[in-house]
Design a protein around this ligand. Sequence first.
Ligand code: ADP
Length: 686
Amino acid sequence: MKKKRKSELSKLSLDIILSGFVIVMGVLLVFWVWVMYSRNQRENLKHNTILTGQLTAQQLHTVISSDIQRLENLKVRIEITSGDYFQYWSHDARILLQQNSSFRFIEWIDSTMVIRRVEPPAGNEEVVNLDIALIEYRRNGWLRHVADSTANITNWVNLTQGGQAFLVDIPVYYGNRFQGTITGGMDFTNAFTSILKDTEDYAVQLTDPAGTVFFEYNVPENYQVSPDLLYSEELAIDASGETIWTLQFFPRPQFIQSYGRSLGLSGLVVGLSISVLLGVISYYAQRASAEARRVHVVNKKLKRLNVALSEERKKADQASQTKTEFLANMSHEIRTPLNAILGFIEVLKNMELEEEKQKYLNMMDFSSKNLLSLVDDILEIDKIESGKLTLREEAFSPQLELQNLVQVFRMGFEEKGLSLDFSCTCTGQKKAIGDIGKFNQIITNLLRNSFKFTHEGGVTVRCDEKVEADRLVVEIRIKDTGIGIPENKLTTIFDRFAQVDSSLRRKHEGSGLGLAITYQLVQKMGGTISVSSESGKGSEFVVNLVLKRAEEKTVGSSINANKDVSFKGKKILIVEDNALNVMVLQKVLEQLNIETDVAENGIVALDKVAENHYDLVFMDVHMPELDGFEATRIIRKKNKELVIIGLSANVTKEALEEAQQVGMQDYMTKPFSRQKLIQFLTQYAS
Ligand code: ADP
């Protein structure tokens, strides 16, 4: 046990280790995939930054060029009108200022380097008439570009009138001489910002050639951008390529963090969950496969056990079969001589005998009948316990049967000096469907016991009948004033072989089977039986039966005790190999004025039946040459009407079934009483 437990524990820990291994491998794999994915995402971001940076640079450059171009347009208009248009200069400058937010002011610097006009004048008063030759950073650049007639773009400078701007000088020539410059004070902040509105995820920084940062968009404070994510481009602002602005373009920190992250994180979480799940599944799969192996082993064992069991069952069936055959044989062997004994007793009883001989004859009758009832009881209990008992369905009146049975017992009771009273609360005889024989057997057993165990007083039999829908509810009480049953025996009284007094010195005869059979029969009929008793005072047995109701006219009775019938002129064939039995039957039939003929086996019987007319044939079943079943089968091929009654000491169900199958009208079991014989004759030959 301990060893088994230990091996189970080690299996369990092995399963856990394996599942843990699966989880660890899964987690490692997921992390590796996650790292690869993250790297890939950074590459993507780099690529996107370059593309977006290039696009943004292009857009910014276009804005700068087109804004500077507007100043150039102003200059061209003055030049091609040879100065005529100059009078509209202020007007045009105002319109330009209104339309374009990149211009802070526009001024006219004449060829002597003095600022002559400024639009708008407000806020720029300080610079009117300002000589820019006096300003170091202005003079050289201005002069150089005037000389080569190209636009001059300064750095991001501090203005005299305050604030900062780029100064863009466009030289104007007409009348073959230099006239002055149209100079714009430019600040691209608004224009750039409106372009960059759609690029919220990125930061932009622009520096002039002097390294001054003049434009920042989304740039976080003190942020050091990683070099691989920084896109730089030099923007050539003027045509000569002298003025170069540097664009720095990079993703904002929060964008870097969130880029592909939610997908990555979801993937990571899903991956990790799947790893854990796989581990758990692998654990349960291992447990399931271990369990399946165990079930397989158990199944194998069960199969082996089943084979062994079915072999045992075969043996038991064989033993049971042997027992049944043995009982049938014994029954036959005991009943056959008993038949002769009881038969002769019946014959003798109907003769004139001396009183003493009559007394001995009665004692012989009593002992033989006891022996017969013992054989019957043993056969009956075997039939019940092997499940071979079947109930017949016949219409009968329980009340009438009781009355008749009481009648049968009355003489014995009177002889013993006991009273036997019958009362019934019912009005009229109600009819029911059931097995009359078994009903009588139940009552007979109870009456026989009350007779046996009562020595003074008497017995009362009481019947109550009640109709409930299509059922007849019957209650039968058999109460005696006998020796009673001790309380501690009441619970076992219905068991097989149970007797209150089982000592060798017991006064009463019996096998202890009667009540067991009674109990089983009542149960089989769907009823109940109970007992109440007091030692020394008496016992009461109560049987309750619920029977199907029958139509009133179809009632029969098994007991015709007092019926006087005449069989004069009837002729009966006795087919029987046992000479003693033939003699007994012949004697009884002769006493009933019936003519008899005898055939000692089936073959002789076939001839006799063919040649003569018989009112009835008593056909023994066990015979040499040709047995009774076979003989009946042959007779039935030609003669369907002839009444054939089987005769045998074999009372097994199989024998009864075969009799019916070969075509016998009925089956009379040996030994039979004179009364039973008359009953058969009344039914089939009267
Ligand atoms: P038996 O053949 O011994 O009578 P039963 O099965 O009929 O077998 O009865 C079993 C025992 O129950 C009897 O031996 C007897 O001791 C007791 N018993 C049955 N009926 C009565 C009764 N009416 N009065 C007293 N004892 C009884």
